[in-house]
Design a binder for this molecule. Structure first.
Ligand SMILES: *[C@@H]1O[C@H](CO)[C@@H](O)[C@H](O)[C@H]1NC(C)=O
Ligand SMILES: *[C@@H]1O[C@H](CO)[C@@H](O)[C@H](O)[C@H]1NC(C)=O
Ligand SMILES: *[C@@H]1O[C@H](CO)[C@@H](O)[C@H](O)[C@H]1NC(C)=O
Ligand SMILES: *[C@@H]1O[C@H](CO)[C@@H](O)[C@H](O)[C@H]1NC(C)=O
Ligand SMILES: *[C@@H]1O[C@H](CO)[C@@H](O)[C@H](O)[C@H]1NC(C)=O
Ligand SMILES: *[C@@H]1O[C@H](CO)[C@@H](O)[C@H](O)[C@H]1NC(C)=O
Ligand SMILES: *[C@@H]1O[C@H](CO)[C@@H](O)[C@H](O)[C@H]1NC(C)=O
Ligand SMILES: *[C@@H]1O[C@H](CO)[C@@H](O)[C@H](O)[C@H]1NC(C)=O
Ligand SMILES: *[C@@H]1O[C@H](CO)[C@@H](O)[C@H](O)[C@H]1NC(C)=O
Ligand SMILES: *[C@@H]1O[C@H](CO)[C@@H](O)[C@H](O)[C@H]1NC(C)=O
Length: 748
């Protein structure tokens, strides 16, 4: 041993001093530095964040309240940055935020894959990246997040199949993977792997609009599941509907429509699902008898058209479903006279019955429901109409029936043109201007209350609403009022909500454009947008209008145009805390430098006498005579170029600087594969000889100590010496650095 016990004691003392001072800095800056550097790393992987995240400066995200960052006890616990106009990728730095519970990056232009290291965020409860451009596979590492309750990856470009590991998320209640490019079959447990059938606490499986294929597995459904919404529409599923589906007795919405290839009969006891409100099976190749829906008294919407059910007479349940608003049974060859009580169902709005064999007399009667708005009986066999057009004044289409060949061609119901009814304009919020509406600046809109402002905009997509008459304004007026109340209830300054252009889109969702206007000001703040977006992406807002069921929805927000910051009035408080932080920081640097120089000179003096630890098992394998660095005996350690390390540390930026030792600085970085690293960069003055550097690398690659992180690789390029370590975020960093300092002293 080259050191006397006294010199070891001095080194130890200095190391402790560094740690204590480091802690002192932490206390003055509040936020855990691990979180600060992670946030800086995340921001660095996004493009042009200067204006969008203009307040992400300094070293105290929690104290300075960085936009979209929320903390508990100086650790970052929530990130909400929806609609911030962010682009770029999500950095693997995210894994360092080990206390993170909520991550909401919805409605941004973020692309690339989700970093697999997201699987190490063991406290994460909610992950939503709705409406971004993420691509690649859904990382199977998500299955390692035991606390995850809410997972919304919908409206991205994810490919690959659903990882079976998702079945590991026993606390999950919301799983939305819709509107992606997912392929493959639905994973079910097989004794080795978990599967979606293990998600017994899930209420929502939203997998619509993908390219999922294969049979819908019968093991997927168990009686102990709590599913209320099962959306498998607009996919490529084949085979028949498994009878086990009827075990889901809590089910309210079932969408299997538009798979085009589902065959076989509908399970006979489908009417066990007495809570079902929406049943959508249209556009498949289902066979067997027309399903018997007797007793399913909660049904609002039944849509089973364009299937291959066997020929059927008018079923008795037609007139028995008392809640029914919308019945779609196109092209099913149903035969017989339409029963008049069908038109009297109290809530009935739409009857889409074209392409059947309804024959004889059509008797609407005078007591038809006041809500009835469309009877489409095109291409049937109707010969007579038992009510005059004056009595029934809503839309009726009888084109393609015998009645229209019998001299009635001039009747409105025999004209195809009536379908484009100009009087029925889609809903648009009424402007309440006393005089002429004002002229607004280009990024502003006129609010319903007739002021110019920059609204938060986007589109609401209702996946299964209980109504179909889009000409009834009540649905939209009540929704506006309900949303406004909900936002005001969350202390958001909302003047009014404007809804426009409701229409059923290609996936048969009801799409409505939304504008939320600020109250008493022209713009929303970043904090307000972050919260409003979160309320919609997290589904905190649920429409709650008595008697109207809007069903499951998703929202796609637009980027909000934040105002340019003018000066920065009223920042005195944060400025003073910044000054304290800076002065403490400066003091820390000065003391650290003193410590560093002491250690440095100490080492310089001792170095010639320093010998490798004789008990080191690898000592004998060193090629002592060699003076070249070219081929150290390393397994698994990589050689990095200077430029590679420059890139991954963001040009050795101060933000990435995580510590200083006797040799130079340690920088944090993220390798392209997402792995976090710590790069120890020797200062010019402390460069070691080639042999010494090599010796250190070889020693480190062999040492395994609980406080010493493992070596990933090294760089010996452009006159630089750098060692690249694995960076373990979970609080072990200081131990690791300490270990590294000691080793540097010992081996250097
Ligand atoms: C979104 O990002 C892509 C690159 O990833 C870019 O080409 C595109 O223009 C961006 N779109 C918007 C609206 O910013
Ligand atoms: C399942 O969760 C446990 C504990 O949460 C974790 O240890 C395991 O790795 C997870 N399995 C998969 C396949 O993700
Ligand atoms: C998943 O479900 C299967 C079948 O019910 C069961 O055998 C297995 O233990 C479950 N696994 C977990 C992790 O819950
Ligand atoms: C799914 O079906 C669509 C339309 O039928 C087809 O274009 C697409 O190739 C299919 N995808 C897969 C993965 O089979
Ligand atoms: C569901 O249907 C089956 C077969 O008709 C019946 O035996 C069972 O009791 C029903 N379950 C419920 C909960 O109604
Ligand atoms: C199945 O139904 C569709 C649409 O109703 C029809 O075009 C097709 O011919 C039918 N196929 C068979 C085999 O009946
Ligand atoms: C309607 O069609 C059915 C089945 O073909 C037939 O029995 C019935 O007589 C028809 N009714 C009328 C009024 O044509
Ligand atoms: C519009 O919808 C509301 C709510 O369902 C209903 O009470 C009202 O009668 C409807 N009005 C018309 C004209 O259908
Ligand atoms: C509408 O504007 C008037 C005049 O500015 C204001 O007094 C009123 O409070 C506004 N109403 C709402 C709902 O913001
Ligand atoms: C997110 O929404 C769920 C309901 O969907 C609610 O239970 C939870 O409290 C919300 N989270 C926050 C932080 O508001």
């Amino acid at each position: 041993m080259g050191h006397s016990p006294t010199s070891w004691r001095i080194i130890l003392l200095l190391v402790i001093l560094i740690i204590v001072l480091d802690h002192a800095l932490v206390i003055s800056a509040h936020t855990d530095p691990q979180d600060t550097s992670a946030l800086n790393g995340i921001a660095a992987s996004w493009d042009n964040t200067k204006s969008k995240l203009s307040d992400w400066v300094g070293n105290d995200p929690c104290g300075e309240k960085w936009s979209g960052v929320y903390c508990t006890q100086n650790r970052v616990t929530s990130i909400r940055l929806s609609s911030f106009g962010l682009s770029g990728s999500l950095s693997g730095d995210i894994q360092s935020l080990s206390e993170l519970q909520y991550l909401d990056l919805s409605y941004n232009n973020l692309s690339g894959s989700l970093p697999l290291y997201i699987g190490s965020l063991s406290n994460l409860e909610s992950l939503s990246v709705v409406g971004c451009q993420f691509s690649g596979d859904i990382p199977k590492e998500l299955g390692q997040l035991p606390k995850l309750r809410f997972l919304s990856l919908n409206n991205n470009r994810f490919t690959g199949s659903i990882p079976p590991s998702i079945g590991n998320l026993s606390n999950l209640y919301w799983l939305d993977l819709g509107e992606n490019h997912l392929v493959g079959s639905l994973p079910v447990s097989d004794g080795i792997n978990t599967g979606l059938d293990n998600l017994t606490n899930a209420l929502h499986f939203h997998f619509g609009v993908n390219q999922l294929s294969g049979m819908i597995p019968s093991q997927l459904f168990k009686s102990n599941m709590k599913l209320i919404h099962l959306l498998l529409d607009n996919n490529n599923f084949t085979g028949s509907i498994p009878p086990t589906l009827t075990l889901l007795t809590k089910l309210e919405v079932l969408r299997l429509d538009r798979n085009y290839q589902l065959t076989g009969p509908v399970p006979a006891n489908i009417n066990n699902l007495t809570k079902l409100q929406e049943l959508q099976l249209e556009n498949n190749k289902l066979t067997g008898p027309l399903p018997d829906l007797t007793g399913m008294d909660s049904l609002y919407v039944v849509s089973m058209g364009n299937n291959n059910f066997s020929l059927s007479n008018v079923p008795t349940w037609f007139t028995a479903l008392s809640a029914l608003t919308s019945l779609y049974l196109e092209n099913l060859h149903i035969t017989g006279e339409l029963p008049q009580p069908l038109f009297k169902l109290p809530a009935i709005q739409t009857l889409g019955l074209r392409g059947n064999n309804f024959n004889g007399t059509l008797t609407i009667g005078s007591d038809y429901s006041s809500m009835l708005s469309l009877i489409d009986l095109q291409d049937n066999k109707i010969t007579t109409l038992a009510v005059s057009g004056a009595q029934y004044n809503k839309k009726l289409i009888l084109v393609g029936n015998p009645i229209c060949d019998q001299g009635n061609n001039e009747a409105l119901y025999c004209k195809t043109s009536q379908q484009a009814n100009p009087a029925a304009k889609p809903y648009s919020t009424h402007l309440n201007c006393p005089g002429l509406p004002p002229t607004c600046l280009s990024d502003q809109y006129i609010s319903p209350n007739c002021t110019c402002a920059v609204p938060y905009m986007g589109t609401l997509h209702f996946r299964s609403p209980s109504f179909s008459d889009l000409n009834n304004d009540t649905y939209f007026i009540l929704l506006e009022e309900d949303m406004k109340e909900a936002f005001l209830g969350k202390q958001l300054p909302v003047e009014s909500i404007a809804l426009d252009n409701p229409a059923f889109g290609p996936s048969n969702n009801l799409d409505i454009s939304l504008k939320v206007f600020p109250s008493g000001k022209i713009q929303f703040s970043k904090e307000e947008i972050s919260y409003m977006g979160f309320i919609l992406s997290n589904q905190t807002y649920k429409p709650h209008v008595p008697g109207i069921n809007y069903g499951p929805y998703f929202f796609i927000g637009q980027s909000y145009q934040f105002a340019e910051k003018i000066s920065a009035p009223g920042h005195t408080k944060s400025n003073s805390s910044l000054v304290i932080g800076v002065s403490v920081g400066v003091a820390f640097v000065v003391v650290s430098l003193l410590v560093v120089f002491t250690v440095f000179f100490f080492i310089r003096n001792k170095r010639p006498k320093l010998q490798p630890h004789p008990r080191s098992p690898s000592y004998t394998s060193w090629d002592i005579k060699s003076t070249s660095i070219s081929t150290p005996h390393l397994q698994g350690a990589r050689v990095f170029t200077f430029n590679e390390l420059k890139k991954v540390t963001n040009s050795f930026s101060d933000a990435n600087d995580i510590g200083t030792g006797g040799y130079g600085k340690v920088y944090r970085g993220v390798l392209p594969n997402g792995q976090l690293i710590a790069v120890k960069r020797s200062e010019q003055g402390s460069l070691q000889g080639n042999l010494e550097f090599r010796t250190e690398i070889e020693l480190l690659s062999r040492v395994h100590h609980k406080n010493l992180v493992s070596l990933v690789g090294f760089c010996f390029d452009q006159g630089e010496q750098m060692l690249v370590y694995e960076y373990v975020p979970n609080g072990t960093l200081k131990d690791s650095l300490t270990g590294m300092s000691i080793c540097s002293i010992m081996c250097g």
